[in-house]
Design a binder for this molecule. Structure first.
Ligand code: FE
Length: 163
């Protein structure tokens, strides 16, 4: 019952590898979905400066500069701050906006929302459902079946290709 064949063993080993905290970030986990309560001061100690600026200071990377806006890999996108599963590549679509765009999240609790009235606009901000980090915005001009466009900053996403 507890014997693993070699393929399963390999896959359990590679799953273990994923759990090594990235950048010495002790809050990062792809399996622990419990809500985090971490101050910006604490985040600043463990996040790269550019990730911290977007995720915790609600910055926006310049269009057409991020690593994922025209990326077509098959796999899963996680929050680069905490490891929370956010999107599958089959919900990603080619958008002309210059940021990686998805029409739906991995599950209802993947992200949370807030009204954003900054810069003279009314927008809906999208934040990570586990760590509350700023990810981007969602708009109603996306493709079927949802009509939604989750417009994300590449730098707050981690991509893991399907095996
Ligand atoms: Fe997160």
């Amino acid at each position: 019952m507890f014997q693993l064949n070699s393929a399963e063993l390999q896959s359990s080993q590679s799953n273990l590898k994923l759990e090594i905290p990235m950048n010495d970030n002790p809050y990062y986990s792809r399996t622990d979905t419990s809500k985090l309560s971490v101050t910006d001061e604490q985040w600043k100690k463990v996040l790269p400066e550019d990730v911290y600026y977007i995720a915790r200071k609600k910055g926006t990377e310049r269009a057409f500069t991020g690593k994922f806006w025209d990326f077509e890999g098959i796999g899963t996108y996680y929050c680069a701050v905490c490891g929370n599963k956010l999107f599958k590549s089959d919900s990603k679509f080619a958008s002309s906006c210059g940021w990686p765009s998805f029409f739906e999240t991995d599950r209802p609790g993947s992200v949370i929302y807030a009204d954003d009235t900054s810069h003279g606009m009314f927008r809906t901000e999208v934040m990570c459902g586990r760590c509350d980090s700023h990810l981007g915005h969602v708009f109603d001009d996306g493709p079927p079946p949802t009509g939604r466009r989750y417009c994300m900053n590449s730098i707050v996403l981690d991509f893991e290709p399907d095996k």
